[in-house]
Design a protein around this ligand. Sequence first.
Ligand SMILES: Cc1cc2nc3c(=O)[nH]c(=O)nc-3n(C[C@H](O)[C@H](O)[C@H](O)COP(=O)(O)O)c2cc1C
Length: 307
Amino acid sequence: MNQSNLSRLLGIRYPILLGGMARISDPILTAAVSEAGGLGTLAAAMETQKSLVQQIRQTRKLTPQPFAVNIPVLIKSPATIVDTVINAGIKVVVTSAGDPRILSARLKAAGILIIHVVSSPEHASRAESAGVDAVIAEGFESGGKASVAEIGTLALIPQVVDAVKIPVIAAGGICDARGYLAARILGAEGVSLGTIFLASKECRKIGAGYREQLISAGVTDTAIAARDVFAIRLLKNNSFHKLETMISKKTALETIRNFIFSSDLMDPEGLISCGQGVGQIREIKTVREIIDDMVTGAEKILNQFTK
Ligand SMILES: Cc1cc2nc3c(=O)[nH]c(=O)nc-3n(C[C@H](O)[C@H](O)[C@H](O)COP(=O)(O)O)c2cc1C
């Protein structure tokens, strides 16, 4: 069960992906996931062409295994980032937050495999028509930007699986073997994980305070902030409330954008994005432990059912 059409297509051992996380999924975390048998993903959202090229080079020094680059369609100049990944010889791109048709023709022409992040069956069908090779169906419980559709992972995955013929990868709230196995049983060919890797030893971009809050947070400690503007899932700390106050006072959009995207990841009082799965995280493991526990745990559970 720990292989699938998707893992064969991507040439990886386990169908487990690191979700691209802006400012967080750096070469160290990306390479750690690829080295442990999954597919690491660099995040291009906040990078310049130069810094992305450096990150790609650094990742290649750390692992000979394949990895992807995430390009949110809504960033300022996605087409130049597409040129950068093509020139760098990247083989897999995860597009998100926008219409994949804006980038898909150019990526396809370069022979790049495209995985697009969707949040509803309709969205998935449109992405399939645009020629993407697989979709990540991301449920509302996920960390990062929240889907407008607001569909939970359990309802979303089977409906997306029924809507398309291309492989479906599940995301949102998957933090352990049970979530991974459940996603596979719902028809997903793999999983894409953010929050659990955010809380891994190899995630060096966040400070100790951020990490401690991930360990102590419960399932009800996150909420969607700036719902009508950026809709991002955050821990309900003081910065979250400050952001909500800025929204209610109709603060200029640019000020809100800066507050969100320049929040100091080392500051325990800063904005902390994570998914509802955070309530399950009680210790910081290595990426390899997270992946090994997921695949061996899933096999154990499956064996109990088939005894
Ligand atoms: C801190 C953080 C930053 C994220 N940044 C991005 C991003 O830049 N691009 C993107 O497509 N998704 C982003 N995401 C979403 C993840 O790629 C992934 O789909 C999501 O975290 C999966 O849900 P989970 O957190 O419940 O595992 C981010 C998530 C988190 C927690």
